[in-house]
Design a protein around this ligand. Structure first.
Ligand code: SF4
Ligand code: SF4
Length: 288
């Protein structure tokens, strides 16, 4: 069983469009949306949820008993998560790291630690195979942990059901959810637009991929919008021995397909759809 992640240096580069069309073309696979902060793959895949699980982050401190107002917890919290206003102890959930020091030092046994719900994750059925996805609550952190859980669930299903491939739609950028979506995959597809900001963001994610020793393949999206920048990408990839596995032309059918919840690869008028099919053929013939 192989795993691939589709990533981009920034949002709006066509990452989810590419991932969703790969998922449409794939056979014997599991789809994963690892962009848990801004999940949107479900819009196109229209999942029927089979199972919902609660996601809890790490433990955080709360007042469970009577405080005698000694001030030790506030004094010793290294994360500045405790305030004492008008003799009323308050915990800041966003700052608390759950280290447990306050609970340990409290002479009145007034502090406890508890894990709070931070989101949900789902196993779903779609017309295009099983789909594992998640939703992080607004303001919740630990997106990397949630991505790892979602990927573990997908791996379990893949082994149980003898799937050959897990297709992971990663998050944009270089945050912890991206790192979690890269860990242990067989290869990544990085999609990039030939703009200066696109190149700058691409270089950052490219470095991360190389740091983890994962084989990258590059797809240039909207290849015809700037020839000079396109040539810069081609030269950079050649110098790093990185294969450009496809170049998708600018195509007004893409926004049309997105607006109508249809796939470019099913659209006979879409020149981008044709190229995505070519890229997919190359990907499934890769010997990795
Ligand atoms: S658990 Fe640690 S970080 Fe959280 S409030 Fe207590 S001392 Fe501060
Ligand atoms: S350590 Fe316990 S008793 Fe002292 S201020 Fe904090 S909660 Fe109150």
């Amino acid at each position: 069983m192989k795993q691939m992640t589709i990533i981009s240096g920034k949002g709006g580069t066509g990452k989810t469009t590419l991932a969703s069309n790969f998922i449409k073309l794939a056979k014997n696979h599991i789809a994963v949306d690892a962009d848990v902060d801004a999940a949107n793959l479900y819009i196109l895949l229209k999942p029927t949820i089979l199972q919902t699980q609660e996601f809890t982050g790490g433990p955080i401190a709360y007042l469970k008993g009577e405080c005698i107002n000694c001030g030790r917890c506030e004094e010793l919290c290294r994360f500045d998560a405790i305030s004492d206003s008008l003799a009323d102890i308050k915990f800041d959930n966003l700052k608390c790291e759950g280290c447990g020091v306050c609970e340990y030092v409290c002479p009145a046994d007034a502090i406890g630690l508890k894990a709070e719900k931070q989101g949900e994750y789902y196993i779903s059925d779609t017309f295009y195979g099983k789909f594992v996805h998640a939703r992080l609550d607004p303001g919740a952190e630990n997106s990397g942990k949630l991505v790892t859980i979602v990927r573990n669930v997908a791996e379990d299903i893949a082994y149980r059901e003898n799937k050959e491939l897990i297709i992971i739609d990663g998050a944009p950028g270089i945050g912890c959810s991206v790192i979690a979506s890269l860990n242990g995959v067989d290869f990544v597809v990085i999609i990039i637009e030939p703009t200066l900001s696109g190149i700058s963001d691409f270089l950052k994610i490219y470095d991360v991929v190389k740091f983890f020793g994962i084989k990258p393949f590059v797809v240039i999206n909207k290849k015809d919008i700037n020839e000079e920048n396109r040539q810069k990408i081609i030269r950079f990839c050649a110098s790093g021995n990185t294969e450009i596995i496809g170049e998708i032309p600018y195509d007004e059918r893409i926004p049309f397909n997105l607006a109508n919840n249809t796939f470019a690869v099913d659209d006979t008028e879409s020149i981008a759809g044709k190229e995505i099919k070519n890229i997919w053929e190359k990907i499934i013939s890769l010997e990795l």
